[in-house]
Every structure is written in C-alpha cells, then in structure tokens.
Design a protein around this ligand. Structure first.
Ligand SMILES: *Cc1c(COP(=O)(O)O)cnc(C)c1O
Length: 457
C-alpha cells in the first residue's frame, strides 16, 4: 500500500458516539470486512495470539440501541449483544454517566484494602433481586469463570466435601476448573489438560433429543450422581437453568426442581450458573424464576454491568460465610468503575421495563422463527425464554444435527449486516440474544435476513 493510501485510511473521521442515539438502521457501505476493518484484522493476525478468535470480521467503533457500527461506516444489526452482555444496550446513557463520574473520582483502591460504598450497594442489590427471600450475601469478581471457581470453593468449604457434578453440554468458562466443568472439548478444552479433579458429569434434560419428561431426566441424572459419585462425596452440582454455549437447551419442566429437592435432601449445594441467563434476559430477572427454583448459590456476570467486567456469587448467608477472611477476593474484584456501571444497569433492569421488553422481543423472535420453520423442516427446533431464543438446524430426513448449514446461514447473515452467534455441542444452533434496547422493526429486519440466508443455503 502506498503512503498516501495509508494516510487516507488512517485519517478517519472521529468515530460516532455510541448509545441509543446512533441511527437505528442496517447500512452496508462496503462488503464485510471493508478496507479499514481488513487493516485491523491484518494487525490482529500479527499481534494477537491465534487462540483468540473472532466471529464478525469488522473493526467495531460504536454501538448502541440495536446496532454495531464498524470503521467502514457499516451499521450491523446486533442480535448477539456481545454474548448477552449489553442487555441494557451498548453505551447505555445512565451506565456511561455513572462510569464517567466514578472514573473521575477514583479508579481503584482494592476493596480488600480500602472498602467503598458501590461494592456494598451492588452486593445489597444482588441479595435483594436474586431468587429466594432467605438471608443472602454476595462476593464480587471479574469474570464468569472466576465467579464459578469461587462458587465451587465456597460450596466445598461449607460442605467439607469435594466432588462437583456438572452436566452434559454445560459451559462454565475457560480457566482450569471451569474447563473441567465444561462439556465440549473443541474449542474449549482440547489440548489444555490436565483438568481439575473431582469433577463428574450427569446427563442434561434435552427434550428435543432425549424425549424424556423432566422428572424422568432428573431420575436418570440423580441415579448417576448416587452411583458414580455418592452424595457423601458431593459438595455441589452446577447447572445453567437454560444452557448457553451448549445450545440454549431448555430443560423439561420438573427437571430442575427435582434436582434442587435432591440436593436439599442430601446436603449438596445447588449452584445455578446464571452468567448468561441473568438480568432480565429470559423474561424474568433470573431464569431460575422461570422454573420455580431457588438456588443455594447463583453465579452472575455478563449482563450485570452494561459491558464492564464484573461478576458475582450470591447465596445463602450461612454458605457464603463459610470461608475464613482472606479466602475470597482478588485485586480487581468489584472494581469501583464496574460497580458504578452495575448499579446503573440494575436500576435499568428494575425500573425501565426491561423484563417485559425481553418477553416482547421473545414473542417477535418465536413468531418469526415459527413462520420460517413452517416453511422449512431444516429448522428442527425453536426454544428459549424471553430474549434468549435459539433455532436448531437438522437434516430433516434423519434429525441429525446440521452444523454445515448452520455455519453457512450465520456467515451469510454477517455478510448481510446481521450479527448472529452460533452455539451447541453439535454446532447446529443459531442463538438470538439481542440487546433489549433493539427496536421491534430492527429485530424483524434481522430475522428477515436470517430467513433469506436459510432459503439461499
Ligand atoms: C460466559 C459464561 C461463563 C464464563 O464467563 P466469562 O466471563 O467468559 O469467564 C460461565 N458460565 C456461563 C453460563 C457462561 O455463559
């Protein structure tokens, strides 16, 4: 490239401010990736470790409402919310204001050295809004995986037992213990062992594939826990009430309550990993509510702080207090800027009608996907709650997962300016996790693109 070309490409107009005032439209000025995005991706390939992949080949410069804008001026419809993180909307004005105020005041003291109010306020809010009216306490961390690690630590300390049961298709993170808890080898675990010990796996209720009622699926899982682990050895079971990366698998009714009952009867801590399902996403503040369960411990992260890194473990006070002082924490856990953002985000979840909004968006998703399914048997299953909805693609003749079709549809959507994410043990699920700030019209337009991509595939 000549110097003039390079200079032109770098003399970019200042990026548009993000947030809800961005024009809410799908706008394709170049093919994807455009020239500026290509430049960044070339630098990424040189500078960033190959193991850190990306799904949408763009250079993001602004986002808000229901769109992500790239460096080439393309405006993409966002049906992924950065994996269920920007649930309140990207660059939400109240989150921006809270962050700006806090960052100018102080950026860090380390809560374990000099405590500050916002951390305590986030803990109070989580204790209040998580399911159950028992006495609760919280501890804050930086990532979902770190919250899961700490929930397991706390459960082990409380029960004085060691074993942990996770479920088929489960996803809990990329650290050593959470890789052990995660089911899928490629890409999460392959070559990264040895993994933490005393982790066992039970079958998940997967109505589309196992055909079992919730109670029957629970009996199967409990039998494995009793025979292969033993309640005397089992500190905790950890389960996503609706599985995320594993394929948005919604367990059959009665599965989760039966597991909770069994845990209560056997001194086993029931941990709900609500890192992906939490904070209005499923049309309730927490997905546990949709199944009528009250977990002992609940892990949260992703949607908690409008995009800032924050995570938490919240649960029964007697369990949360099991650790000696100094046993829990971390340098950055509950960073004041992330806490300020979380307070603003939680206020939006509670007071801006976002739970209702998740259900409205869910209705649009289910209605449109059902239309597509009626015309195309390759769309084998539609499932989800609220604004957490998935489409599972199959070979209609055999019911076998069709990962090739799924990848082709997702790639075509991105090329047309619609961000969709895939998931599933078999790679045959497209998941829809729009920010709750998206308009119905933009969501419908996005789904029209999905429908066209499927017809063309
Ligand atoms: C994303 C996710 C995690 C891991 O969270 P990170 O912040 O990426 O460490 C854990 N559990 C579930 C259910 C998740 O969706």
């Amino acid at each position: 490239m000549s110097t003039t070309e390079s200079a032109t490409l770098h003399a970019t107009a200042p990026a548009p401010l993000g947030g809800p005032t961005l024009p809410q439209e799908r706008r394709m000025l170049t093919s994807i990736p455009g020239p500026r995005s290509q430049q960044l991706l070339a630098r990424k390939a040189e500078a960033v470790a190959a193991g850190v992949g990306h799904t949408v080949p763009i250079q993001a410069v602004a986002a808000g409402g229901g769109v992500v804008v790239d460096a080439d001026g393309n405006s993409l419809i966002d049906l992924g919310a950065g994996i269920a993180v920007t649930t309140v909307g990207n660059a939400h004005p109240e989150v921006v204001a809270a962050v700006q105020a806090q960052v100018a005041q102080f950026t860090h003291t380390c809560f374990m050295i000099s405590p500050y109010e916002s951390y305590v306020a986030v803990a109070e809010a989580l204790n209040r809004i998580t399911p159950g009216d028992h006495a609760k306490k919280s501890a804050l961390f930086n990532s979902g995986a770190e919250a899961v690690e700490n929930a397991v630590k706390i459960a082990r300390k409380y029960t004085r037992k060691q074993a942990v049961v996770a479920f088929d298709h489960g996803y809990h993170g990329r650290t050593n213990l959470t890789m052990a808890l995660t089911a899928k080898s490629m890409p999460y675990k392959s070559g990264f062992g040895p993994f933490a010990s005393e982790v066992y796996r039970a079958p998940m209720s997967y109505p589309f594939r196992d055909g079992l009622s919730g109670p029957d699926a629970a009996r199967k899982a409990i039998s494995i826990m009793e025979k292969q682990v033993g309640a005397d050895n089992l500190a905790a079971i950890i389960i996503e009430p609706i599985q995320g990366e594993g394929g948005f698998i919604v367990p059959a009714d009665g599965f989760l309550p039966a597991l909770v009952d069994w845990c209560r009867a056997n001194d086993v801590v029931f941990i709900a990993d609500e890192v992906q399902t939490g904070f209005a996403r499923t049309g309730a503040m927490f997905a546990s509510e949709r199944f009528g369960i009250v977990p002992d411990l609940i892990t949260t992260a992703k949607g908690i702080a409008g995009g800032l890194p924050l995570a938490a473990v919240t649960g029964r006070s007697e369990i949360m207090d099991a650790s000696h002082a100094g046993g829990l924490g971390g340098t950055y856990g509950g960073n004041p800027i992330a806490c300020a953002a979380a307070i603003a985000a939680i206020d939006a979840f509670e007071n801006d009608g976002l739970i209702e909004r998740a259900n409205e968006l869910g209705a649009v998703l289910i209605e449109r996907l059902a239309e597509i399914q009626a015309a195309d048997p390759r769309l084998g299953d539609i499932r989800g709650r609220g604004a957490m909805v998935a489409a599972e693609f199959v070979d209609p003749a055999t019911g076998e997962p069709d990962a090739g079709l799924t990848a082709a549809v997702a790639t075509a959507c991105i090329a047309q300016g619609v961000i969709v994410l895939t998931c599933g043990t078999y790679g045959n699920v497209i998941r829809f996790l729009p920010p709750l700030s998206i308009s119905d019209d933009l969501l419908r337009e996005g789904l029209d693109v999905v429908a066209a991509a499927l017809s063309a595939a």
